[in-house]
Design a protein around this ligand. Sequence first.
Ligand code: ASP
Ligand code: MG
Length: 419
Amino acid sequence: MARLVMKFGGTSVANIERIRNVARHVKREVEAGYQVAVVVSAMSGKTNELVGWCKDASALYDPREYDAVVASGEQVTSGLLAIVLQEMGLSARSWQGWQLPISTDDAHGSARILDIDSEKLGAAIDGGQVAVIAGFQGIHLPTGRLTTLGRGGSDTSAVAVAAALKAERCDIYTDVDGVYTTDPRVVPKARRLDRIAFEEMLEMASLGAKVLQVRSVELAMVHNVRTFVRSSLVDPDAPETANVEKAGTLICDEEEIVANQMESQVVTGIAFSKDEAQVSIRRVADKPGIAAAVFGPLADAHINVDMIVQNVSADGFTDITFTVPTADFERAKAVIEKARDTIAHQVVEGATDVTKVSVIGIGMRSHAGVAAQAFQALAGKGINIRAITTSEIKISFLIDAAYTELAVRTLHSLYGLDS
Ligand code: ASP
Ligand code: MG
């Protein structure tokens, strides 16, 4: 029998009424013939509250005890959903991370999953039980301590469970009905995508389309877990809810997308991130070792560098521009100043009122001129480009933040994404 993993986020299990609604979604899939494992988040707001309590208790809290506290939100919802499912006449049982077990490393608060033992779980669902698994948590087996996977981690739990069970799909139920070509609050004409490739989704997710935890998409890509993003806030028994082709967005392998398209779409979506700051280092010597002198200390300071642009040298000097998360801007400049002896630069400049806008699509691999079109369109609107980077499936522009909405709308129409 085919296996299905269903994951429900915090808003979907926010109260008992919503949990009943979730149970009806589960019942529908059981009746359709699936063996079902469910992964739940804590009720919305619960994890924030628990984190707040830890901080109130002590600014220097023990991370192992933090995990003991914050993992409790999922323990509650897994038990409640099992009760509601039982009341509906289904066989159901809750499972905490340590009971399966979901084994992780010992990075408390941001642990990585090492392995999921699918033996007990597989036997349970083979026997007709709906297994309701507490997301976000695991166990570090050598110490026997409970761990959590980092905020938003129940998406990762769900994908990992789906990989371990070799499930046909991992359905992520959330408060949006899928992945859009861009943020609908910025572009009302944004469309929901039927399908998006893992690689594209990674770009969309890490660039601000905050539907799924990025780690969960990486994991889905590595294990080829078809992941379906859909809304839980619909009538579980409506005919259109059961129509998987239309009810959300499937994140899948590129081949499956190509096989389902008559004509390939060049651009799939436009992402943007306002959480960018630009740092420019003027007049550094154009010689071997300078880039290492700049980016080595930044890496040592755990500052994530994103776009990097270096000019062609004139008279033995060059400029280096890069971007960092806004929160790291001052620290990044300080790190560069501290390394002045080795970098020997003239000045460090920068700006925090910048946005990175990215055009994303696997179709770019086989189409020329995508970037040129964007340059023209942005110029037509008087938008200045501060820096550009490209990869096989993405072009990113750094622009003044004031032009974000205009740039996103312009590019969205340019590539035929408007509905
Ligand atoms: N409850 C956890 C959080 O709020 C995990 C999750 O919901 O994915 O971060
Ligand atoms: Mg979430």
